[in-house]
Design a protein around this ligand. Structure first.
Ligand SMILES: Nc1ncnc2c1ncn2[C@@H]1O[C@H](COP(=O)(O)OP(=O)(O)OP(=O)(O)O)[C@@H](O)[C@H]1O
Ligand SMILES: [Mg+2]
Length: 371
């Protein structure tokens, strides 16, 4: 999978531009506030998802423009395909191969992208909910049916919490038992899927981390269920379900007191270690950044295996806090995917052996040819 040509007009500060990216690394440099992240965001928009910066559709239209237009030619599913995205009047309109789509989200799953931006650092340094969200979103990319399991789990959880808050009658106790059975069943489905996915992710991220650190550091990842210490990758569905049931039963009285379900997949944690120390607590800035980056690269690798096609990798502002070796690794060693990397530092391109170079200056983009 790769972008062949991207035409942009009226998008944020970007001028009317046309970019022909290479199939390998595309290194985009420029001073602060010139439009590098805007370019990355515009490429992201072809996925059909919302802006990764949390921007509303009306906010990506240039300040003095009425609408923004993104037109791209891609190589997807072994053939050339076009995607166009228009933003105007606070709305988004999407065309796939010149056919208008009823909903903009209709194109989700066509152009696959894995993104790393400074916002992703919270994957390592933030609270456990960031990591749970990351795994769940990554599984959804592989198995769209997983979304319905998450929604069912959340629905049952909301019902159980509402019941706990108003707990008084004996009849409520019977209903609680019904909900506990449902919650542990759906919860076990989530845990089993997460464990399966993590096994694949772990293998790839450990390999990336070892390579990016020049084999000097070892990364590790562990899934920590909130409800039992007896769960591992080998645990079968039945065991997981039983463990959740047992914990729900044991914590029933304290849950009634707090009005909240205190154990289950919504409380599980994903611990990351470097050389045996928790990265979140003891990792340096560069180690935290490298760990988050390796998770994203691993996500792309797992996705590639399942799609039999490589997703495009977008790396925005990833270089700061990384040493020479790690920077060099990023621009020269990721060879299986089309990659877009931004950086403020133009010296980097001297070490850049393959791929294309682009300079972003005041919303203009020009390809820089090496002599
Ligand atoms: N809707 C918009 N219309 C016009 N300009 C906008 C819009 N939204 C943002 N900008 C401007 O785009 C400029 C470039 O932003 P961008 O985030 O792409 O910079 P950058 O090159 O990534 O810089 P940095 O190196 O600091 O990350 C900013 O100065 C911002 O004010
Ligand atoms: Mg930026």
């Amino acid at each position: 999978m790769r972008a062949l040509e991207i035409n942009i007009s009226g998008y944020r500060n970007l001028k009317k531009i046309s970019v022909n990216p290479g199939s390998g690394v595309n290194f985009i440099y420029g001073r602060n506030a010139q439009g590098k992240t805007n370019l990355i965001e515009s490429i992201w928009m072809f996925t059909g998802a919302r802006s990764f910066r949390g921007a509303k559709d009306s906010e990506v239209v240039g300040f003095n423009e009425d609408f923004a237009k993104l037109e791209g030619k891609f190589f997807i599913e072994n053939r050339k395909q076009n995607i166009s995205v228009f933003f105007g009047n606070g709305k988004r309109k999407v065309f796939l191969n010149d056919i208008s789509q009823i909903y903009p989200t209709k194109i989700i799953g066509k152009f696959r992208v894995v993104l790393f931006s400074p916002l992703q650092l919270s994957l390592v340094s933030g609270g456990p909910e960031k990591r749970r969200k990351f795994i769940d979103a990554a599984i959804c990319q592989l198995k769209p049916t997983y979304i319905s399991h998450i929604s069912s789990y959340n629905k049952i959880l909301r019902q159980r919490n509402a019941l706990l808050k108003n707990f008084c009658l004996d009849s409520t106790r019977d209903f609680l038992e019904v909900l506990d059975e449902k919650l542990s069943h759906t919860g076990a489905i989530l845990i089993r899927e997460r464990l399966n996915y993590l096994e694949l992710l772990k293998k790839e991220s450990l390999r990336f981390y070892s390579e990016i650190s020049d084999n000097s550091e070892i990364m590790d990842i562990n899934y920590i269920p909130s409800f039992s210490k007896n769960i591992s990758y080998e645990s079968d569905f039945k065991l997981i379900k039983n463990e959740i049931m047992l914990k729900l039963e044991k914590s029933k009285n304290s849950d009634i007191k707090s009005g909240f379900t205190s154990f289950g997949p919504h409380k599980d944690e994903l611990d990351m270690f470097i050389d045996g120390k928790k990265v979140r607590l003891f990792g340096s800035q560069g180690q935290q950044r490298s760990a988050a980056l390796c998770l994203k690269l691993a996500e792309a690798s797992v996705l590639k295996e399942s799609l039999n096609d490589s997703p495009v990798i977008l790396l925005d502002d990833v270089m700061s806090e990384l040493d020479e070796f790690r920077r060099n690794y990023l621009v020269n060693k990721i060879t299986n995917n089309q990659v877009f990397i931004t950086d403020c530092n133009s010296d980097m391109y001297k070490k850049f052996k393959n791929g294309k170079l682009f300079e972003v200056d005041n919303g203009f983009i020009r390809e820089v040819h090496r002599i």
